[in-house]
Design a protein around this ligand. Structure first.
Ligand code: SAH
Ligand code: AVI
Length: 329
């Protein structure tokens, strides 16, 4: 059935070009320690694996955030009167339905804009939402939220939601830069709802990133398949093991792929060969864990003022609702 209420745009352009990936992968794999940018996890398979992670018993984040959304969405809609809901890194946008329902019940919401670097997620997510909410104008945007947010035209009445603790996949400096771009996207007087995972017992944190079924290990290894496919590489996933641990000093889970034996890998498109030692690690992801003070400081430094802080009795996860206070950089 042809949907009348959905538009899909591909803004990836330069930032999604194969030579951009080539540049980033070359820089990462030739640096010490070696690393790969975590946005490359999310091809079709990677997005499916992430969805599977969200259902794992150990991965408490998605359930905790969903419960908070259910408890807070009506108050958020009443306070912000958002007319447009914008979600960078939306993925399947399943949790977003709770906010959409609240926005429709409040009678304020008119438009939904879902942004994702994964073509499939942006397109499928937008089509599913347009089918489910025929009264809503839905816009799916394929874009890199680190590079392309400035290409999205401004609008009044925006609530930007950045959920899932995706902000935690960035260092403080990167996260602040990203929040400033989100601030420009939200516009004067616009709102941001930010989901952040909170610091807790090491055993709980480490279990969430080392699940017993090995789904997170597959998700981590999949980044090598993405690199192989785009850059004509010959990484063999089975030659690496998944390593994820809580670095308490940095307050973050660090994920790596560790070479089980010494071997060489060639990336044909980059004309690059790297020699890995036995036990050498490729850093693939950070997942920062926050305190309330750390979230407040991050948002304040980026020019947002916090209005509401929603958390559960155990301080598992937090949603902070803040407003653009100043467009100064
Ligand atoms: N918001 C969802 C999905 C989180 S997974 C949730 O809370 O469950 C992170 C999502 O961000 C994935 O869908 C991934 O494709 C997307 N993503 C990662 N890096 C991105 C980038 N640089 N630009 C746009 N989307 C990105
Ligand atoms: C998307 N992001 C916030 C997830 C996280 O928890 O860092 C990705 C993930 N990595 C391993 N498991 C889930």
């Amino acid at each position: 059935m042809k949907l009348q209420n959905v538009v899909i745009d591909d803004l990836l352009g330069e930032s999604g070009a194969p030579d951009t990936m080539g540049r980033e992968v070359r820089a990462g794999l030739t640096s010490s320690p070696r690393r790969l940018p975590s946005k490359y996890f999310y091809d079709t398979r990677g997005s499916e694996l992430f969805e599977e992670i969200t259902r794992l018993p150990e991965y408490y984040l998605t359930r905790a955030e969903q419960a908070l959304l259910e408890a807070s969405a009506p108050a958020i809609a009443a306070l912000t009167q958002f007319r447009e809901l914008v979600e960078p890194g939306a993925g399947s946008a399943k949790k977003t339905r709770t906010l959409i329902d609240a926005g429709l019940a409040e009678g304020c919401l008119e438009r939904l804009l879902l942004v994702d670097v994964s073509h499939e997620m942006a397109e499928q997510g937008a089509r599913t939402m347009a089918g489910g909410y025929p009264g809503l104008e839905v816009h799916g945007v394929i874009a890199d939220f680190e590079a392309d947010l400035g290409k999205i035209p401004p609008a009044d009445g925006r609530l930007v939601v950045f959920l899932g603790s995706t902000i935690g996949n960035f260092t403080r400096t990167e996260g602040q830069a990203l929040l400033r771009r989100i601030k420009a996207l939200a516009g004067e007087g616009g709102w941001l709802l930010l989901g952040t995972d909170l610091v807790k017992e090491r055993s709980v944190l480490e279990a969430a990133y080392n699940d017993s079924r090995g789904v997170t290990a597959q998700f981590n290894g999949n980044i090598l398949e993405v690199v192989n496919r785009h850059l004509d590489g010959n990484f063999v996933t089975g030659r690496f093991e998944h390593v994820a641990f809580f670095n308490e000093v940095e307050s973050r889970i660090e994920s790596y792929l560790r070479a089980r034996s010494a071997h060489s890998v060639r990336l044909g498109k980059l004309d690059l060969e790297i020699d890995l030692d036995k036990g050498e690690m490729i850093h693939t992801e950070i997942s920062c864990k926050y305190t309330r003070e750390a979230v407040t400081s991050l948002l304040t430094a980026a020019g947002f003022g916090i209005h509401r802080w929603f958390t559960d009795v155990d301080d598992t996860f937090a949603l902070s609702l803040s407003r653009v206070e100043s467009q100064e950089p």
